[in-house]
Design a protein around this ligand. Structure first.
Ligand code: CTP
Length: 489
């Protein structure tokens, strides 16, 4: 069967997979397996277009289906009295949504039957290296590779000796020699066997080879009156260890940071039924919120009216007008990072009609505009609660860099993400963005312009969060006292 190298996929596909897997707390490989599983079962629409990944939104319910195994284990059951515990291990792995394919050594068949193992695993059990049914397409190689992890439980002294010396004279040892997956051994043997110099040498060799061990525990042996180190770890311990290897914790570089984000347009009422608005979709701000959340931050998103689902795990405050947005932003402080991606209306109607304005013979209604509060400038200039990193956006239709630089100075923020929103670019409401990150060096006030290639708004969000991670890890905000403190190094 063909194997897939994630590294060689398109950048867009990789970013999409990274985001999805982070959101679903899976490895990228697990995410790919889930997607393919869904496609094969016909429950998921083909994921087009892959070259233009969709915007951040919660994974479809089908992708979170608890019925879909997210990882798979080849479980090799060795011949020892502890083999009966492996029946429980199969159950424990399956309840963690881990698919289990079992291999029994000849000796294991003396302790558990292929029938009970196959009934529990819901899979055919493999016992023979020279089984014509599975070896017609090198079945032992598939068992060795078409899984995420190999667990050997119980790992007998004999099986470990074979592994340490590279033997491959039965199905279990051939799989262990042919695999490029991680191997987790749960040794089980008599304490004298465990302490025997030969076993010690073999264990040391296996550890040098990168093989992982869980246990053995100490306690009473099956043999009457014998106790010591050699009992196989309990099924639940082995299943937990396997799960940790299969689903390593996702890095959360912004854990403990509070990120405040504005997004979308604002609606400024003219009368109860009409308002002034703009074409902002909110997609960029929502993508940043999802990326910051995936990086472990506590995210508060203050959004104007948009047609988007709230990003999972993000606190969303929905507002209409610029003044409401300012109010919510102020009440969300303090924050470590504030990102102002909203396209706030610059003006509102001073003489907002209490009733619907009617057409009259007197002509047009006299609308008077007044300037809205500048939320970014207000927060950037706060004396006490100013977030340590304040990032604004500059939506420009001409002189992009010059206008953005003067916006940076005028508003008093630290970085500006400048983008060309001329109609020809399709940025407003579209899925892609071409941005320039303009930043001011805090030490010498030097301005740097970093121009990024055209990207999806999700990619821009990931890139921006990566820049934030680099710069923000030195200060953190004390939320109780509204003061900033240096973290303990
Ligand atoms: N912004 C804000 N409050 C406003 C207007 C703008 O917080 N009342 C923020 C936006 O969220 C963005 C930045 O200021 O981060 C720049 O917004 P932009 O619309 O590009 O600029 P304006 O301030 O409107 O200036 P101009 O009209 O001159 O382009």
């Amino acid at each position: 069967m063909a194997s897939l190298t994630i590294r060689k996929l398109d950048e867009g596909v990789k970013t999409y997979l990274r985001l999805r897997s982070a959101r679903n707390r899976r490895s990228v490989e697990e995410e790919v397996r889930v997607i393919l599983g869904e496609l094969i079962e016909g429950r998921e629409e083909p994921l087009t277009p892959f070259s233009a990944p969709p915007e951040a939104s919660p994974a479809p319910a089908s992708l979170r289906s608890s019925a879909v195994p997210e990882a798979s284990v080849t479980l090799i059951i060795g011949g020892g009295i502890a083999a009966f515990k492996s029946l429980d291990l199969i159950r424990r792995l399956k309840e963690r949504r881990i698919e289990v394919r079992c291999v029994l050594t000849k000796a294991a068949e003396q302790f558990v039957t292929p029938l009970s193992v196959s009934a529990l695993s819901h899979e055919r059990v493999h016992t023979d290296l020279f089984d014509p049914q599975s070896e017609f397409d090198a079945g032992h190689i598939r068992l060795a590779r078409d899984c995420d992890l190999i667990v050997v439980a119980p790992a007998t002294a004999d099986l470990m000796a074979k592994m340490a010396n590279g033997h491959a004279d039965d199905l279990a040892s051939a799989i262990l020699l042919a695999t490029n997956r991680k191997i987790l051994l749960a040794p089980a043997m008599n304490p004298l066997m465990w302490n025997n110099a030969a076993t010690r040498r073999n264990v040391a060799q296996l550890q040098r080879d990168g093989v992982l061990l869980i246990g053995p525990n100490s306690g009473e042996m099956a043999e009457a009156g014998e106790a010591g180190v050699g009992r196989m770890s309990e099924a639940i311990e082995i299943a937990t260890a396997a799960e940790k290897l299969l689903r390593p914790p996702v890095p959360r570089p912004l854990a403990g940071k509070r990120v405040l984000i504005t997004a979308g347009p604002t609606h400024e009422p003219i009368d109860p039924v009409r308002y002034i608005a703009n074409r902002s979709s909110g997609k960029q701000g929502f993508a940043i919120a999802a990326a910051a959340q995936a990086a472990g931050a506590e995210v508060i998103l203050v959004s104007g009216p948009v047609d988007l689902d709230d990003p999972a795990g993000v606190t969303v405050k929905h507002v209409e007008s610029a003044r409401q947005m300012l109010e919510q932003v102020q009440s969300a402080l303090p924050a470590d990072i504030a990102i102002f991606a909203a396209a706030v209306a610059d003006w509102r109607v001073a003489n907002e009609g209490e009733q619907k304005l009617k057409k009259t013979s007197a002509g047009m209604p006299p609308l008077q505009l007044v300037e809205n509060p500048d939320i970014l400038a207000t927060i950037s200039k706060l004396a006490d609660k100013r977030p340590p990193l304040v990032i604004g956006f500059a939506a420009e239709t001409e002189h992009l860099i010059d206008n953005a630089k003067s916006k940076l100075a005028r508003k008093g923020c630290d970085w500006i993400v400048a983008n060309d929103v001329s109609p020809a670019t399709g940025v407003m409401g579209g899925d892609r963005n071409t941005v320039h990150l303009i930043s001011k060096n805090a030490a010498n006030s030097e301005i740097t312009v970093d121009s990024w290639p055209v990207m999806t708004k999700e990619q821009v969000a990931i890139e921006l969060v990566a820049h934030i991670v680099k710069s923000v890890t030195h200060t953190s905000v004390d939320k109780s006292a509204n003061k900033f403190s240096e973290p303990a190094s």
